[in-house]
Design a protein around this ligand. Sequence first.
Ligand code: PLP
Length: 386
Amino acid sequence: MVYLDNNATTPIDPTVAEKMSQFLKEHFGNPSSLYPIAREVKEMITEAREIVAKAIGASRTEIVFTGSGTESDNFAIRGVLDALPEKNEFITSTIEHPAILQTANYLEKKGIKVTYVPVDKFGTVDVNFLKNAITPHTALISIMLANNEIGTIQPIEEISQIAKEKGILLHTDAVQAFSKMEVNVNKLGVDLLSMSAHKINGPKGVGALYIRKGTNIWPLIYGGHQEREMRAGTENTAGIIGMGEAVRIIKESGDKDIKRIEKLAEKLKRGIEDNIPKVKFNGHEKKRIKATLNFAFFGLEAEAILLALATKGIYVSTGSACSEGSEDVSHVLDAIGLKPEVARSCIRFSLGRFNTEEDIDLVLNELPDIVKKLREISALDIDEDD
Ligand code: PLP
């Protein structure tokens, strides 16, 4: 199997799985209880929190564990808007993940004014547009750090300067960025930042929200005293310990893994561009997560390529997993100006820590032939004047 859909999810690191399995066998205490078998679980959670905090330049008390990246995004946005009832405007971009866009949709139904900042053809947000959209009623700006479909990295530092000047809180969805680039909350200048464990070779169903000390935010989930009363509910203890371990492994490897994966991705990119005619690379050439490659294959339906690759044991995606199966074309590809028929021909290859040189060689061996054969039987126009 050649798994090139790491932006959808990643295989769990065996070390993480082992740590979780051992934890589940040996510990069942409720971290809120006071006797030793519970206190030791609490300490292990604290250790995981410390690892996650340190990895992004935060302090331990600024990390709240959640149930997913989606929950972190919901929490950040709804929590800030709840805490600032006198402000009724929210700014985000057109290329965010549905976790943000559907939350924005919910806010609109509640009477909040939402401004969607457009992007250019490379998927970079229009910072001037964003600046002009700010009013005294703006409560929060949320712009993702790296896009899940095309990998474009957003100018968060620049946006942070603008937000600071105007005294507005800034959230970034770093679910796809963390582990693939440096993520430091102070360098970025953000007040809130979302993470998810299953995108970084950790377990599913656990995420984290960084909340800068002093940020005015209300909880999303009410109940017990867990997570300093910011996220009630008995903790997903094994998940949190697994997330801590996944982050520890990433930090331990430094940028060694990042560099290796980037090299493989570059080989794949060049191989596609050199060996397959009539393709178009989507995203920013430089300011992007190198491990994410999105290509249009003119004249083809992406599903046909995906299925043909799957018969060879190669797994890719036609866009974000969340929009798969829906009739609409990807909102990200639409936002960067692709015609619907071109957007429908796009394949995302997303690499991860367990990919090898042989994986890339196999794809480059199979893909040109698959594309050639499909084009021979395709009735679609192959023009690339877009
Ligand atoms: N944000 C981005 C940019 C994502 O890519 C994803 C997952 O695809 C999420 C949020 C949601 O994370 P989770 O699957 O942990 O809910």
